[in-house]
Design a protein around this ligand. Structure first.
Ligand SMILES: [Zn+2]
Length: 307
């Protein structure tokens, strides 16, 4: 079959796009659960920092009211969901570590569910595991510490130092927790510990965001006069947790403290128009927060503000 000249131009023109798209698609391991339909990294320019969100995994979870809005009626949950165009029979979960390249350090915040998903997403963004100089752990749930080591227990990031919150480490160190003992304890002598206001590096400041876990921390990034707030698991669904900070979340250890932290951090982001990156927000995980109604917030995904 012969193509006309016009057909061949069209066919050729589509190739670079296809090739470019393929290079950013998830590898099979990283794509598990989301069919490879999403890219696995997104770059943001924040002053002198290159900030990259990494999709280390994604999956569909059935019956989300077993996790979100546990203290409201089925009817209210359904009504709010319908108003916001999200289904109630399943929710898509995203697991989104972030790399901050300061020019002299490559700092990874959280490590996904496992080492494979983590390193696949890193390499798609142009980083090898050996490039990581620091790993910051926001809190010690399995979906944040899982990528610290592989199945053989070997450290994923051979050249990294580790930073985490003192209160968070102390809590889990006394909790006889399997995940902590397997993933965190073996690295403890390479860790430094910080508290509220502590600095990881110039322009990267820890903020107490307790509630989700006893020592959960957020991090403010600042470079070139611009800010981004890595809010980790402060709010875990872009509708249910933002519009209704008091809706209880199964994974929040202290539900009242977690709701208070949502109000404080989301209120600050809204007032100061600071972009947030949320570990479980829909990929690429970044957006702005708008105060809406008497006591809630609305998530506005990023467009081109950091290109
Ligand atoms: Zn999480």
């Amino acid at each position: 079959m012969r193509m006309t000249r016009r057909q061949s131009i069209l066919a050729g023109a589509s190739l670079p796009f296809a090739a470019g798209a393929a290079s950013t698609l998830a590898t099979p391991a990283a794509a598990a659960g989301h069919g490879g339909a999403l890219p696995t990294h997104r770059d943001f320019t924040l002053g002198d920092f290159r900030v990259t969100t990494l999709l280390a995994g994604s999956r569909s979870v059935p019956e989300p009211q077993g996790i979100f809005g546990m203290n409201v009626s089925t009817e209210e949950f359904a009504e709010v969901s319908a108003q916001n165009f999200v289904p109630t029979d399943a929710a898509q979960f995203f697991f989104t570590p972030t790399v901050v390249n300061t020019g002299s350090e490559v700092i990874l915040f959280d490590t996904g569910l496992d080492a494979g998903g983590m390193t696949n997403a890193l390499s798609a963004a142009g980083y090898a595991a050996e490039d990581i100089t620091h790993v910051v752990i926001t809190h010690m749930h399995g979906d944040h510490i899982g990528g610290l080591t592989n199945e053989a227990g070997e450290a994923t990031f051979a050249n990294a130092a580790y930073v985490t919150g003192q209160a968070e480490f102390d809590f889990w160190a006394g909790a006889e927790n399997e995940g902590f003992e397997a993933k965190v304890r073996p690295l403890a002598d390479k860790m430094t510990f910080i508290g509220d206001g502590g600095s990881v590096r110039s322009g990267i400041t820890g903020m107490a965001a307790f509630g989700h876990t006893p020592g959960h921390m957020a991090y403010m990034l600042e470079s070139g006069g611009r800010q981004m707030l890595l809010m980790a698991d402060t709010a875990n669904h872009y509708v249910w947790s933002l519009a209704y900070p008091d809706w209880e979340v199964r994974f929040d250890a202290d539900k009242a403290a977690a709701a208070g932290t949502r109000r404080t951090l989301l209120g600050m982001a809204a007032a100061d128009q600071v972009a947030v990156i949320g570990y479980h927000m829909p990929f690429p995980g970044a957006g702005f927060v708008e105060a809406r109604g008497s006591d809630g917030f609305h998530f506005v995904p990023v467009s081109y503000q950091f290109m």
